[in-house]
Design a binder for this molecule. Structure first.
Ligand SMILES: *Cc1c(COP(=O)(O)O)cnc(C)c1O
Length: 366
């Protein structure tokens, strides 16, 4: 059996370090907003190349707190619109909605699975104030085009980098440092995953960072002085301990993901299977390896019978989810077609070469 993703194996590599660091954490007596969180924030900001990093409770809150902070700064107001891809995880859209803003969905480009860049200008209105590119499946959005569109139209650029820790553009600039602010998730299955929930905001805007830092902790500037009506969304000290342990290995893990992807791309050869577009550059860290097939149910049954795990990212587009009724009447035919065909095949830094070979031959025999 080749699992879709074996998180125990992923984390077993760090067992010794985790245990030693946990002992020290336990003795410290400081379990929230302690030294490890501060150090992780510094280390992750350095990694991304940003001035600031603020650890928060999860990826959804990271997105939301950026929007809430811009509201505090007067850069966004109730009812303002945010451009976002129709093909994303529901969290991106929920964050916009929870912050009292309006998501403006954009049709999907079937080659990149990102939004159709040419559609942005048609969809935007006078009330559009921000754009939220999602580096879906680990592949950077076309940030040069997005930033120049945003510059022309005075939009804030907020990256949803929850799937793209460590992806970098042609200039060597990292995800998290390609817009005005960025949100990360450290959900266990992400490229940099905690052993529980976690998230972070990165930015070069020190004012924004100061407000997010307050908002995550009841709006407090110092203990029991509450300047803003804030939230409780702090990155756990214990998760910071685990993340600090794993961060030094992120680049090696991403490199392994890219090696596996390169093999899938060159060795999977089956006309029933469409492979993702990939330039071979560092702008894709393969959080997921997503293929497309016409007869998905049958195909996934076949994989299961042959001992290969697979998942769908995602089976229902956000605008067709019962939770987003107000968007249900929208129609994005390309996005909807993609949702019927995508399948994610095994991808993780702990996959062995022989497992990769097995997946390839099982796919080629389909
Ligand atoms: C995982 C993810 C999120 C949300 O992260 P959580 O930590 O689960 O809240 C947001 N956006 C995208 C694209 C994600 O993949």
């Amino acid at each position: 059996m080749i699992p879709f993703l074996d998180l125990h194996q992923v984390n077993l590599r760090f067992e010794g370090e985790f245990k030693a660091n946990y002992e020290e954490f336990l003795k410290s007596g400081r379990y929230i907003l302690g030294e490890h969180l501060q150090l992780f924030e510094k280390e992750f900001a350095d990694y991304c190349g940003t001035l600031e990093c603020i650890g928060v409770g999860n990826g959804l809150d990271a997105l939301r707190l950026i929007l809430e902070a811009y509201k505090e700064m007067g850069r966004l107001g109730a009812g303002d619109e945010v451009l976002v891809s129709s093909n994303t995880f529901i969290a991106t859209i929920l964050a916009i909605k929870q912050a009292g803003l309006k998501p403006l969905l954009v049709e999907t480009d079937p080659n990149t699975y990102n939004f159709k860049i040419d559609d942005l200008a048609q969809v935007a209105t006078q009330k559009t104030k921000a754009i939220m590119p999602v580096h879906l499946y680990g592949q950077l959005s076309p940030m040069e085009d997005i930033n120049s569109f945003a510059d022309k139209n005075g939009l804030l650029v907020i990256e949803d980098a929850a799937q793209a820790h460590g992806a970098k553009d042609v200039h060597g600039k990292f995800a998290g440092n390609l817009g005005d602010a960025a949100a990360f998730s450290f959900y266990p299955s992400k490229n940099l995953g905690a052993l529980g929930d976690g998230g972070a905001v990165t930015t070069n805007d020190t004012k924004l960072a100061e407000i997010v830092r307050k908002l995550r902790n009841y709006g407090a500037s110092s203990k029991y002085i509450n300047e803003l009506p804030g939230f409780n969304s702090r990155l756990d000290e214990l998760q910071a301990v685990f993340l600090r342990t794993k961060l030094p290995y992120l680049d090696a893990d991403n490199k392994r993901r890219m090696q596996i992807a390169a093999r899938y791309l060159s060795e999977i050869n089956n006309e029933k299977i469409s492979l993702p577009m990939y330039s071979g550059a560092t702008d894709h860290v393969f959080h997921l390896f997503v293929i497309r097939v016409k007869d998905r149910l049958e195909f996934m049954e076949y994989l299961k019978d042959h001992g290969v795990g697979s998942l769908i990212h995602y089976p229902i587009p956000p605008h067709k989810q019962p939770a987003l009724k107000e968007l249900n009447q929208l129609s994005f035919p390309l996005c909807e077609q993609i949702h019927e065909e995508v399948v994610s095949i095994p991808m993780s830094p702990v996959m062995m070469d022989n497992e990769v070979s097995q997946v390839i031959s099982i796919l080629n025999d389909y």
